[in-house]
Design a protein around this ligand. Structure first.
Ligand SMILES: [Zn+2]
Length: 346
């Protein structure tokens, strides 16, 4: 917010709050509706939405406007930037770097700061679209196995991927600014950390992990009214993410589980793991919207144990009945939490 005020002097806030950049990471296309936005603000929106690293040559002045859907990334950026030059470069750490410059690439020395888009869908012509804010919490802990580092997981690309899937239901999730979260119970925090010790049998972990997590994650007073993702560092036993239906919380480890940390071990924008993980986030948000498991191959809500074939994570398809049920829940503005906002089927 502060950056925008610096750039635009705040007065133009209303004018640009209706601007929207939507990234579809699997198709690698943009939907875009932008009017008279300074170049660096536009690039900041691109960064916030895609999770890319964006660098610009200092002093480049341009005001950009454009409106289109499903435009491949390079075409979209070319249309917006006009004669300003750009390049996409892969990053060693994974993901994409966008370089914007006038003369030579080496001139692009300034890292662009992310510019968050407003969650409000003011000016959105699509009235059928449900826009659901999601609160993001990073678990803070003195145990490294629990303590989540906001710097190593960029949730934006994950949400972009989940939104690409939920687009078929006209439901869009908007992650808010990450906040820190302390464990609700220090004894449970220690018990959970102890599950990572080398001699703990995995049967013991499976038996107690869920119970301990339920004590460690707080009961938020507004549960059932607010969608939440709680991020912790890793798990002693694997899952990509899980919806905790009594808490109204999607719990996500940054590293899928402690035994499988490879080089870096974190979710990377653009990697095959990332795509799988955005499927998993979309699946858990499906549970948050009240959808149970199904046995249909290729469906977003397939029971993981019934899934056939290779790859990681569920399919992406939703049937009409699932879409109607999810939209009925989305209409309440909050996730399904048993005992708080029960619907048929609870
Ligand atoms: Zn599930």
């Amino acid at each position: 917010m502060r950056l925008i005020c610096l750039v635009l002097g705040c007065m133009a806030w209303d004018a640009w709050s209706a601007n929207q950049v939507v990234w579809h990471p699997k198709a690698r296309t943009f939907d875009l509706r932008v009017k008279d936005v300074p170049l660096e603000v536009f690039l900041g929106m691109i960064k916030a939405e895609t999770g890319w690293e964006v660098k610009v040559e200092p002093g480049l002045q341009r005001v950009v406007s454009g409106k289109f859907r499903d435009k491949p990334a390079a075409d979209a950026i070319r249309l917006m930037l006009g004669r300003v030059r750009f390049a996409f470069l892969p990053r060693v750490e994974g993901g994409t770097r966008l370089i914007v410059y006038a003369g030579s690439m080496r001139g692009a020395t300034r890292a662009v700061a992310a510019v968050e888009q407003t969650a409000a869908d003011d000016g959105n012509p699509d009235e059928a679209l449900f826009h659901l804010p999601v609160k993001i919490h990073y678990m803070k802990s003195r145990y490294v196995s629990i303590n989540a580092d906001a710097k190593i997981t960029d949730l934006r690309p994950l949400f972009a991927g989940a939104n690409e899937i939920w687009g078929q239901g006209k439901i869009r999730f908007s992650p808010g600014r990450p906040e820190q979260l302390l464990p609700a119970n220090v004894a449970a925090e220690k018990e959970f950390a102890d599950l990572f010790k080398p001699n703990v049998p995995s049967a013991y972990v499976r038996l107690h992990q869920s119970r301990i997590l339920h004590r460690m994650i707080p009961d938020f007073p507004d549960r059932g009214k607010v969608f939440r993702v709680v991020v912790l560092y890793t798990m002693p036993d694997a899952f990509g993410a899980v919806y905790m239906p009594k808490k109204g919380v999607v719990l996500m480890p940054q590293v899928k589980f402690a035994g499988l940390i490879d080089k870096g071990g974190v979710w990377k924008d653009g990697s095959p793991v990332f795509f799988a993980q955005s499927n998993i986030l979309a699946h858990e948000l499906g549970h948050a919207l009240g959808l149970p498991h199904v046995s249909t191959q290729g469906n977003l809500m397939i029971d993981g144990r019934l899934r056939e074939g290779g790859g990681v994570g569920p399919g992406t398809k939703l049937n009409e009945k699932q879409i109607q049920a999810a939209r009925a829940q989305a209409k309440t503005g909050g996730p399904r939490v048993s005992g708080i906002n029960p619907q048929a089927g609870d």
